[in-house]
Design a protein. Sequence first.
Length: 363
Amino acid sequence: MTGRQVYDAVTRFTESPATGAGRRLTLVSAPRDVPHVLYVHLHSAEGAALSEESYGALLALLGEITPVVEALPPDAALADVRGSLRYFGRTAEELADLIRVRALARHGVDCTIGVAANPVLARMVAYDGQRGAVRALSAEPDAVAAFLAGKPAAALHGVGPATARLLGDYGLDSVGRIAAVPLGTLQRILGVSAGRRVYERARGIDPTPVTPNAPARSIGGERRFDRDELDPVRHRRALLSLTDELGARLRGAGQVARSLTLTVRYADRSTTTRTRALPEPTGHTAALTDAAYRMYTALGLQRARVRAVALRAEGLTAAELAAHQLTLDADDDKARRIEEATDRARARFGAGVLGPAAVLGVA
Protein backbone atom coordinates (compact mmCIF):
# COMPACT_ATOMS: atom_id res chain seq x y z
CA MET A 1 0.00 0.00 0.00
CA THR A 2 1.37 3.42 -0.96
CA GLY A 3 1.62 6.38 1.39
CA ARG A 4 -1.23 8.10 -0.41
CA GLN A 5 -3.45 5.04 0.02
CA VAL A 6 -2.68 5.08 3.72
CA TYR A 7 -3.88 8.69 3.89
CA ASP A 8 -6.98 7.74 1.90
CA ALA A 9 -7.98 4.94 4.25
CA VAL A 10 -9.36 4.72 7.74
CA THR A 11 -8.38 1.78 9.94
CA ARG A 12 -11.16 0.23 11.99
CA PHE A 13 -10.94 -2.62 14.49
CA THR A 14 -14.14 -4.61 15.26
CA GLU A 15 -14.84 -7.38 17.74
CA SER A 16 -17.42 -10.12 17.95
CA PRO A 17 -20.26 -8.77 20.13
CA ALA A 18 -20.63 -12.17 21.84
CA THR A 19 -17.06 -13.06 22.73
CA GLY A 20 -15.08 -9.94 22.14
CA ALA A 21 -12.69 -12.12 20.13
CA GLY A 22 -11.65 -12.19 16.52
CA ARG A 23 -10.28 -8.70 16.05
CA ARG A 24 -10.52 -7.77 12.39
CA LEU A 25 -8.75 -5.05 10.45
CA THR A 26 -10.77 -3.26 7.79
CA LEU A 27 -9.49 -0.52 5.53
CA VAL A 28 -12.28 1.76 4.39
CA SER A 29 -11.50 4.34 1.73
CA ALA A 30 -13.21 7.68 2.14
CA PRO A 31 -15.12 8.85 -0.95
CA ARG A 32 -13.06 10.80 -3.47
CA ASP A 33 -16.03 12.71 -4.92
CA VAL A 34 -16.58 14.89 -1.83
CA PRO A 35 -14.73 18.05 -0.72
CA HIS A 36 -11.82 17.04 1.49
CA VAL A 37 -9.19 19.82 1.27
CA LEU A 38 -9.24 22.70 3.77
CA TYR A 39 -7.46 26.01 3.20
CA VAL A 40 -7.20 27.65 6.61
CA HIS A 41 -6.36 31.36 6.78
CA LEU A 42 -5.72 32.60 10.31
CA HIS A 43 -6.48 36.07 11.70
CA SER A 44 -5.24 37.47 14.99
CA ALA A 45 -7.89 39.18 17.09
CA GLU A 46 -6.22 42.60 16.80
CA GLY A 47 -5.75 42.36 13.04
CA ALA A 48 -1.96 42.42 13.43
CA ALA A 49 0.45 39.88 11.97
CA LEU A 50 0.14 36.43 13.52
CA SER A 51 2.98 35.59 15.89
CA GLU A 52 5.18 32.59 15.15
CA GLU A 53 4.12 31.00 18.45
CA SER A 54 0.41 31.34 17.65
CA TYR A 55 0.97 29.99 14.16
CA GLY A 56 2.75 26.91 15.54
CA ALA A 57 -0.02 26.28 18.06
CA LEU A 58 -2.66 26.42 15.34
CA LEU A 59 -0.73 23.99 13.15
CA ALA A 60 -0.75 21.63 16.13
CA LEU A 61 -4.53 22.11 16.36
CA LEU A 62 -4.91 21.04 12.73
CA GLY A 63 -2.72 18.04 13.51
CA GLU A 64 -5.39 16.86 15.95
CA ILE A 65 -7.76 16.46 13.00
CA THR A 66 -5.43 15.08 10.32
CA PRO A 67 -1.73 14.27 9.91
CA VAL A 68 -1.79 15.68 6.38
CA VAL A 69 -1.11 19.35 7.11
CA GLU A 70 0.96 21.61 4.85
CA ALA A 71 2.21 24.78 6.51
CA LEU A 72 1.94 27.95 4.40
CA PRO A 73 3.63 30.63 6.54
CA PRO A 74 2.98 33.21 7.78
CA ASP A 75 -0.74 32.72 8.40
CA ALA A 76 -2.21 29.84 6.38
CA ALA A 77 -2.17 26.07 6.00
CA LEU A 78 -3.66 23.31 3.85
CA ALA A 79 -5.17 20.19 5.38
CA ASP A 80 -6.34 17.02 3.64
CA VAL A 81 -9.09 15.49 5.79
CA ARG A 82 -10.07 12.67 3.44
CA GLY A 83 -8.84 10.08 5.94
CA SER A 84 -10.59 11.83 8.84
CA LEU A 85 -14.15 11.95 7.49
CA ARG A 86 -15.17 8.46 8.52
CA TYR A 87 -13.02 8.50 11.66
CA PHE A 88 -14.82 11.57 13.05
CA GLY A 89 -18.14 10.76 11.37
CA ARG A 90 -18.36 14.31 10.02
CA THR A 91 -18.19 16.09 6.68
CA ALA A 92 -15.21 18.24 5.77
CA GLU A 93 -17.33 21.36 6.35
CA GLU A 94 -18.24 20.15 9.85
CA LEU A 95 -14.57 19.50 10.61
CA ALA A 96 -13.79 23.02 9.43
CA ASP A 97 -16.41 24.39 11.84
CA LEU A 98 -14.78 22.38 14.64
CA ILE A 99 -11.33 23.78 13.81
CA ARG A 100 -12.65 27.34 13.82
CA VAL A 101 -14.38 26.94 17.17
CA ARG A 102 -11.29 25.40 18.78
CA ALA A 103 -9.02 28.13 17.40
CA LEU A 104 -11.27 30.82 18.87
CA ALA A 105 -11.74 29.06 22.21
CA ARG A 106 -8.12 28.06 22.80
CA HIS A 107 -6.12 30.83 21.15
CA GLY A 108 -8.48 33.73 20.44
CA VAL A 109 -7.68 33.45 16.75
CA ASP A 110 -10.36 33.42 14.07
CA CYS A 111 -10.10 31.51 10.79
CA THR A 112 -11.45 31.79 7.31
CA ILE A 113 -11.66 28.26 5.93
CA GLY A 114 -12.35 27.20 2.37
CA VAL A 115 -13.48 23.62 1.77
CA ALA A 116 -13.21 22.09 -1.70
CA ALA A 117 -11.96 19.12 -3.71
CA ASN A 118 -8.40 20.43 -4.26
CA PRO A 119 -6.01 23.09 -2.92
CA VAL A 120 -6.60 25.74 -5.60
CA LEU A 121 -10.38 25.65 -5.22
CA ALA A 122 -10.17 25.60 -1.42
CA ARG A 123 -7.95 28.69 -1.49
CA MET A 124 -10.31 30.55 -3.85
CA VAL A 125 -13.38 29.62 -1.80
CA ALA A 126 -11.72 30.91 1.37
CA TYR A 127 -11.18 34.35 -0.20
CA ASP A 128 -14.68 34.49 -1.72
CA GLY A 129 -16.33 36.71 0.88
CA GLN A 130 -15.82 38.29 4.27
CA ARG A 131 -13.16 36.98 6.64
CA GLY A 132 -14.05 34.78 9.56
CA ALA A 133 -16.29 32.07 8.08
CA VAL A 134 -16.37 28.52 6.74
CA ARG A 135 -17.25 28.29 3.05
CA ALA A 136 -17.61 25.05 1.10
CA LEU A 137 -17.79 24.28 -2.62
CA SER A 138 -19.42 21.13 -3.98
CA ALA A 139 -17.24 18.82 -6.06
CA GLU A 140 -19.94 18.65 -8.76
CA PRO A 141 -18.51 19.89 -12.08
CA ASP A 142 -21.44 22.25 -12.71
CA ALA A 143 -21.03 23.84 -9.28
CA VAL A 144 -17.29 24.30 -9.81
CA ALA A 145 -17.81 25.84 -13.27
CA ALA A 146 -20.46 28.24 -11.96
CA PHE A 147 -18.21 29.31 -9.07
CA LEU A 148 -15.23 30.01 -11.33
CA ALA A 149 -16.98 31.59 -14.31
CA GLY A 150 -17.28 35.17 -13.08
CA LYS A 151 -13.98 35.40 -11.20
CA PRO A 152 -11.29 37.78 -12.53
CA ALA A 153 -8.21 36.17 -14.02
CA ALA A 154 -6.08 37.38 -11.09
CA ALA A 155 -8.22 35.33 -8.69
CA LEU A 156 -6.53 32.15 -9.96
CA HIS A 157 -3.72 31.16 -7.63
CA GLY A 158 -0.40 31.69 -9.40
CA VAL A 159 -1.74 34.36 -11.79
CA GLY A 160 -0.06 37.58 -10.72
CA PRO A 161 -0.79 41.11 -11.96
CA ALA A 162 1.63 40.86 -14.91
CA THR A 163 0.11 37.59 -16.16
CA ALA A 164 -3.41 38.94 -15.62
CA ARG A 165 -2.59 42.02 -17.71
CA LEU A 166 -1.14 39.85 -20.47
CA LEU A 167 -4.29 37.70 -20.54
CA GLY A 168 -6.42 40.83 -20.48
CA ASP A 169 -4.68 42.09 -23.61
CA TYR A 170 -6.22 39.09 -25.38
CA GLY A 171 -9.66 39.64 -23.84
CA LEU A 172 -9.20 36.85 -21.29
CA ASP A 173 -10.07 38.91 -18.24
CA SER A 174 -12.23 36.33 -16.44
CA VAL A 175 -11.78 32.70 -15.47
CA GLY A 176 -14.82 31.76 -17.54
CA ARG A 177 -13.26 33.23 -20.69
CA ILE A 178 -9.94 31.54 -19.97
CA ALA A 179 -11.73 28.19 -19.54
CA ALA A 180 -13.30 28.58 -22.99
CA VAL A 181 -9.92 28.94 -24.73
CA PRO A 182 -8.09 25.90 -26.17
CA LEU A 183 -4.95 24.75 -24.39
CA GLY A 184 -2.76 25.56 -27.39
CA THR A 185 -3.86 29.19 -27.41
CA LEU A 186 -2.94 29.68 -23.74
CA GLN A 187 0.41 27.99 -24.31
CA ARG A 188 1.19 30.36 -27.17
CA ILE A 189 0.39 33.33 -24.92
CA LEU A 190 1.98 32.17 -21.67
CA GLY A 191 4.38 29.41 -22.62
CA VAL A 192 3.97 25.63 -22.44
CA SER A 193 4.20 25.08 -18.69
CA ALA A 194 2.39 28.22 -17.49
CA GLY A 195 -0.27 27.83 -20.20
CA ARG A 196 -1.14 24.31 -19.09
CA ARG A 197 -1.23 25.32 -15.43
CA VAL A 198 -3.63 28.21 -16.09
CA TYR A 199 -5.71 26.02 -18.44
CA GLU A 200 -6.20 23.40 -15.71
CA ARG A 201 -6.86 25.82 -12.89
CA ALA A 202 -9.46 27.72 -14.91
CA ARG A 203 -11.34 24.42 -15.05
CA GLY A 204 -10.95 23.73 -11.34
CA ILE A 205 -8.28 21.07 -11.88
CA ASP A 206 -5.37 20.92 -9.44
CA PRO A 207 -3.54 17.58 -9.10
CA THR A 208 -1.15 18.98 -6.49
CA PRO A 209 -1.39 16.91 -3.28
CA VAL A 210 -1.34 18.39 0.18
CA THR A 211 2.20 17.62 1.33
CA PRO A 212 2.77 17.26 5.09
CA ASN A 213 5.63 19.45 6.24
CA ALA A 214 6.94 21.44 9.14
CA PRO A 215 7.10 25.21 8.95
CA ALA A 216 10.56 26.39 8.05
CA ARG A 217 12.45 28.28 10.73
CA SER A 218 11.68 31.87 9.92
CA ILE A 219 10.71 35.27 11.23
CA GLY A 220 8.39 37.65 9.48
CA GLY A 221 6.32 40.77 9.59
CA GLU A 222 3.47 42.46 7.73
CA ARG A 223 2.43 46.00 6.93
CA ARG A 224 -1.24 46.73 6.24
CA PHE A 225 -2.21 49.96 4.52
CA ASP A 226 -5.04 52.16 5.82
CA ARG A 227 -6.64 51.88 2.39
CA ASP A 228 -5.94 49.95 -0.80
CA GLU A 229 -2.64 51.55 -1.78
CA LEU A 230 -1.70 52.41 -5.38
CA ASP A 231 1.47 54.41 -4.71
CA PRO A 232 4.66 52.36 -5.34
CA VAL A 233 6.61 54.77 -3.12
CA ARG A 234 4.47 53.75 -0.14
CA HIS A 235 4.84 50.09 -1.12
CA ARG A 236 8.63 50.41 -1.05
CA ARG A 237 8.52 52.40 2.19
CA ALA A 238 6.60 49.52 3.80
CA LEU A 239 9.21 47.07 2.52
CA LEU A 240 12.00 49.24 3.93
CA SER A 241 10.25 49.26 7.30
CA LEU A 242 10.00 45.45 7.19
CA THR A 243 13.63 44.84 6.22
CA ASP A 244 14.79 47.27 8.93
CA GLU A 245 12.70 45.35 11.48
CA LEU A 246 13.78 41.89 10.28
CA GLY A 247 17.46 42.87 10.13
CA ALA A 248 17.37 44.15 13.71
CA ARG A 249 15.61 41.00 14.93
CA LEU A 250 18.08 38.75 13.13
CA ARG A 251 21.13 40.56 14.51
CA GLY A 252 19.60 40.68 17.98
CA ALA A 253 19.13 36.90 17.93
CA GLY A 254 22.58 36.27 16.43
CA GLN A 255 21.07 34.77 13.27
CA VAL A 256 21.24 35.18 9.51
CA ALA A 257 18.71 34.31 6.79
CA ARG A 258 19.31 32.32 3.62
CA SER A 259 16.26 33.56 1.71
CA LEU A 260 13.42 36.10 1.71
CA THR A 261 9.77 35.51 0.86
CA LEU A 262 7.61 38.46 -0.22
CA THR A 263 3.80 38.22 -0.11
CA VAL A 264 1.63 40.95 -1.61
CA ARG A 265 -2.09 40.93 -0.81
CA TYR A 266 -4.40 42.82 -3.18
CA ALA A 267 -7.78 44.51 -2.81
CA ASP A 268 -9.61 41.45 -4.20
CA ARG A 269 -7.92 39.27 -1.52
CA SER A 270 -5.74 37.49 -4.07
CA THR A 271 -2.04 37.21 -3.25
CA THR A 272 1.29 36.94 -5.01
CA THR A 273 4.22 35.24 -3.27
CA ARG A 274 7.82 35.23 -4.41
CA THR A 275 10.92 33.74 -2.76
CA ARG A 276 14.51 34.76 -3.49
CA ALA A 277 17.65 33.04 -2.23
CA LEU A 278 20.12 35.58 -0.87
CA PRO A 279 23.64 35.70 -2.36
CA GLU A 280 24.95 34.75 1.09
CA PRO A 281 23.28 34.20 4.48
CA THR A 282 22.87 37.64 6.05
CA GLY A 283 21.19 39.76 8.69
CA HIS A 284 22.45 42.97 7.09
CA THR A 285 19.54 45.36 6.52
CA ALA A 286 20.95 46.77 3.28
CA ALA A 287 21.23 43.29 1.74
CA LEU A 288 17.71 42.37 2.85
CA THR A 289 16.34 45.64 1.45
CA ASP A 290 18.06 45.13 -1.90
CA ALA A 291 16.57 41.63 -2.24
CA ALA A 292 13.09 42.82 -1.21
CA TYR A 293 13.16 45.71 -3.71
CA ARG A 294 14.28 43.39 -6.50
CA MET A 295 11.39 40.99 -5.84
CA TYR A 296 8.93 43.89 -5.71
CA THR A 297 10.22 45.37 -8.99
CA ALA A 298 10.00 41.96 -10.71
CA LEU A 299 6.25 41.81 -9.93
CA GLY A 300 5.58 44.76 -12.25
CA LEU A 301 2.80 46.21 -10.07
CA GLN A 302 1.47 49.00 -12.26
CA ARG A 303 -1.56 50.63 -10.61
CA ALA A 304 -2.12 47.55 -8.48
CA ARG A 305 -4.34 48.13 -5.44
CA VAL A 306 -2.27 46.66 -2.62
CA ARG A 307 -3.85 45.96 0.75
CA ALA A 308 -0.81 44.59 2.60
CA VAL A 309 2.78 43.43 2.12
CA ALA A 310 4.50 40.75 4.20
CA LEU A 311 8.12 39.68 4.32
CA ARG A 312 9.67 36.59 5.88
CA ALA A 313 13.33 35.84 6.48
CA GLU A 314 13.72 32.07 6.08
CA GLY A 315 16.35 29.37 6.40
CA LEU A 316 17.68 30.87 9.64
CA THR A 317 21.02 29.78 10.98
CA ALA A 318 23.47 30.98 13.62
CA ALA A 319 25.49 33.97 12.40
CA GLU A 320 28.79 32.47 13.57
CA LEU A 321 28.23 29.47 11.30
CA ALA A 322 27.73 31.56 8.16
CA ALA A 323 30.54 32.67 5.88
CA HIS A 324 30.75 36.33 4.86
CA GLN A 325 32.50 37.36 1.64
CA LEU A 326 34.94 40.16 2.45
CA THR A 327 34.76 43.19 0.17
CA LEU A 328 36.71 46.39 -0.33
CA ASP A 329 33.49 48.41 -0.49
CA ALA A 330 33.91 51.35 1.90
CA ASP A 331 30.17 52.14 1.75
CA ASP A 332 29.29 48.62 2.88
CA ASP A 333 31.71 48.82 5.80
CA LYS A 334 30.27 52.21 6.79
CA ALA A 335 26.69 50.87 6.61
CA ARG A 336 27.61 47.95 8.89
CA ARG A 337 29.23 50.29 11.45
CA ILE A 338 26.12 52.50 11.42
CA GLU A 339 24.01 49.36 11.86
CA GLU A 340 26.03 48.34 14.93
CA ALA A 341 25.62 51.79 16.47
CA THR A 342 21.90 51.78 15.71
CA ASP A 343 21.47 48.36 17.33
CA ARG A 344 23.22 49.58 20.49
CA ALA A 345 21.01 52.67 20.66
CA ARG A 346 17.84 50.63 20.17
CA ALA A 347 18.89 48.14 22.84
CA ARG A 348 19.34 51.01 25.30
CA PHE A 349 16.52 53.42 24.40
CA GLY A 350 13.93 51.30 22.57
CA ALA A 351 13.23 50.05 19.06
CA GLY A 352 11.56 53.27 17.86
CA VAL A 353 14.40 55.63 18.71
CA LEU A 354 16.20 55.23 15.38
CA GLY A 355 15.28 54.05 11.90
CA PRO A 356 15.47 54.84 8.18
CA ALA A 357 14.55 58.45 7.44
CA ALA A 358 11.90 57.42 4.88
CA VAL A 359 10.17 55.19 7.43
CA LEU A 360 10.22 57.85 10.15
CA GLY A 361 8.66 60.33 7.73
CA VAL A 362 11.53 62.79 7.52
CA ALA A 363 12.64 62.01 3.96
